[in-house]
Design a protein around this ligand. Structure first.
Ligand code: ADP
Ligand code: MG
Length: 293
């Protein structure tokens, strides 16, 4: 590839809303055969809202929401924003939290009114020996089957409630996935979220392969494993938790609407956060490189 042709490709990329780190990036795009897609913020809007709150009966809904909102107020996670916003809208000011800690890819913890409170994945509550009663378990299962995310909250040796949050698939994601297929690429969804929610979202956009419940530090290993199988991997993500995998991928693409960490880790930025621009990028690089042969 001549530098001039690559520069032209770079300029055309800018017109399509694709920022390319250097002309050489287009070279590595050519052999890509697999597109790994993060779920939240990449396939979906990433703007979650609180759908419902269910308690175990021992605690009232407002107390569950007050504690959950207070704790999540200190977190940047899309789930946290949804919960904190809903709590502040409904209840006004929220109590103080001491000893706040983020449990990466699992949830958050802190002390409120003298109670050690934890909120996050149902498996995180189990690790704290807080067991969801059957009725709450059913709420979790029903939410996940619909592609929603359910987090549990508990304190003082009891699981006290479940909060269901949801965002929606971006209107352009389904079209992007069919474009990937037309380009001969295999789409795979990779997410920290639970298996059933991930499968429900994947089905909405036409993805069959789902790798779910992957901790942030393990997303990198999934990309490495695919590469060890001989795949040439493009990865599209938006979160801090995607950064290592974006760097490892043969081609890293960040959503321009995502975090700075993801953008810095990537070769390309899709300025408008539209997944179709990822297909445009791959098409552009193939065209740019074939005109120079
Ligand atoms: P994704 O890959 O979809 O961006 P993450 O790795 O960030 O997901 O999170 C995985 C899961 O961990 C979430 O679906 C949620 O169950 C739990 N989790 C992470 N952070 C929080 C939080 N601040 N509050 C509640 N749950 C959380
Ligand atoms: Mg994400």
């Amino acid at each position: 590839a001549t530098p001039t042709a690559l520069m032209v490709g770079t300029g055309r990329g800018a017109q399509l809303g694709i920022l390319i780190k250097g002309p050489e990036v287009l070279e590595s795009t050519r052999r890509v055969d697999t597109v790994v897609l993060d779920k939240t913020g990449t396939v979906t809007t990433g703007t979650m809202s609180l759908h419902n709150v269910v308690t175990d009966g021992s605690t009232d809904e407002n107390t569950v929401l007050r504690y959950a909102g207070a704790l999540e107020d200190a977190s940047e996670h899309p789930i946290a924003r949804a919960v904190a916003r809903a709590a502040r809208d409904r209840l006004g000011t929220l109590p103080e939290v001491e000893q706040f800690a983020n449990i990466e890819g699992l949830g958050v913890q802190g002390v409120i009114d003298g109670h050690a409170v934890v909120i996050g994945r149902p498996t995180l509550l189990r690790d704290w020996s807080l067991h969801l009663p059957a009725a709450l378990r059913e709420v979790v299962d029903a939410a996940e089957a619909k592609g929603r995310t359910a987090v549990g909250i508990g304190w003082e040796c009891e699981a006290r409630g479940v909060l269901v949050v949801a965002d929606s698939v971006k209107p352009t994601s389904r079209e992007a996935v069919s474009q990937f297929r037309r380009l001969g690429l295999t789409p795979i969804m990779l997410t920290g979220d639970n298996e059933s929610a991930a499968r429900a979202i994947a089905a909405q956009v036409g993805i069959d392969e789902v790798i779910a419940e992957v901790l942030p530090q393990d997303k990198l290993d999934v990309v490495k494993r695919l590469q060890a199988e001989g795949k040439v991997v493009a990865m599209v993500g938006d979160g801090v938790n995607d950064a290592a995998a974006l760097t490892q991928a043969d081609l890293g693409l960040a959503m321009g609407t995502g975090t700075d960490v993801a953008i810095e880790a990537s070769d390309l930025t899709l300025v408008r956060g539209d997944l179709r621009a990822a297909a445009d990028a791959i098409r552009l690089s193939r065209r740019t490189l074939s005109t120079i042969k």
